[in-house]
Design a binder for this molecule. Structure first.
Ligand SMILES: [Ca+2]
Ligand SMILES: [Ca+2]
Length: 261
């Protein structure tokens, strides 16, 4: 009797070992590349209040694997935040997340269309994912109410792999206005290196004339007393203003996402 049990146990162990062997390689193959692309499977209700919206309808067919689906999604739609993959029909549907106003027009994604994969950790810890503009652009921002000079504020943002917020459009200006509650905040634009040549922190590009008219009132930037080389969102005008870099007030850090302006 005891012998029988030992034999059964032995047989069971080898079956278990076989099952583990069969499962493990498959799990590794599927998970590693998607983890690299920062995707993981999730259920739709866990991402509330964001609503997944198709970037393509119907999606791509004959996509051989979830990995190919992930790669094709990020390379074709940098603004995508996830995808649906159906391993039976091999249909791959790239998705964008919407919240707020944009979400009202989104078509619901059905579970039978495939398994939902999300981009992990869209924003770094302690950053807020916010939607702005009529195209529903997304960005990660962090509002700081503590008072600092422009260079101190820059250093604080840089310490968390971010920059002072870029405000290149009227839409982004509206976002900064909302996030700051209309209060003075440093933004990532200065002419410290060369007077009159304003440069964006986030990408090192020069401010264009089109950007200037969208974000500054007509009499700014004015380099008052030859001592204004850093740019703030100004409570008084609710637009941007060049200011002495030594002034202390709050600031907004940003980590830009692909596809956001
Ligand atoms: Ca200046
Ligand atoms: Ca000024």
């Amino acid at each position: 009797m005891l012998l029988r049990k030992v034999q059964d146990f032995g047989r069971l162990s080898s079956v278990l070992a076989l099952v583990v062997c069969v499962i493990q390689p498959a799990t590794v193959t599927v998970q590693d590349p998607t983890a690299e692309l920062k995707f993981s499977s999730a259920n739709a209700s866990s991402i509330s209040p964001y609503v997944p919206q198709r970037l393509l309808s119907p999606g791509w067919d004959q996509v051989p694997s979830v990995v190919t689906c992930a790669q094709r999604t990020v390379s074709t739609f940098p603004e995508s935040r996830g995808f649906l993959y159906n391993s039976t029909s091999h249909l791959c549907t790239p998705l964008l997340w919407l919240q707020g106003q944009g979400a009202a027009n989104a078509t619901a994604v059905k579970s039978h269309e495939g398994k939902l994969y999300l981009v992990n950790d869209v924003c770094p810890l302690d950053f807020q994912l916010l939607e702005y503009g009529i195209r529903g652009q997304l960005t990660c921002v962090q509002d700081h109410t503590s008072s600092h000079t422009y260079l101190e504020a820059t250093a604080i943002c840089n310490a968390s792999q971010s920059y002072l917020v870029a405000v290149k459009t009227a839409e982004k200006l509206a976002l900064v206005r909302a996030v700051s509650g209309g209060k003075d905040r440093w933004v990532g634009l200065d002419d410290i290196v060369e007077e009159g040549n304003l440069v964006w922190q986030i990408d090192g590009a020069n401010m264009t004339e089109e950007e200037r008219t969208a974000i500054f009132p007509s009499h700014e930037p004015n380099d008052m007393r030859g001592n204004e080389d850093c740019v703030q969102f100004r409570q008084h005008t609710q637009m941007l203003n060049d200011k002495s870099c030594a002034v202390r007030h709050g600031f907004i850090c940003e980590v830009s996402l692909p596809g956001s302006a």
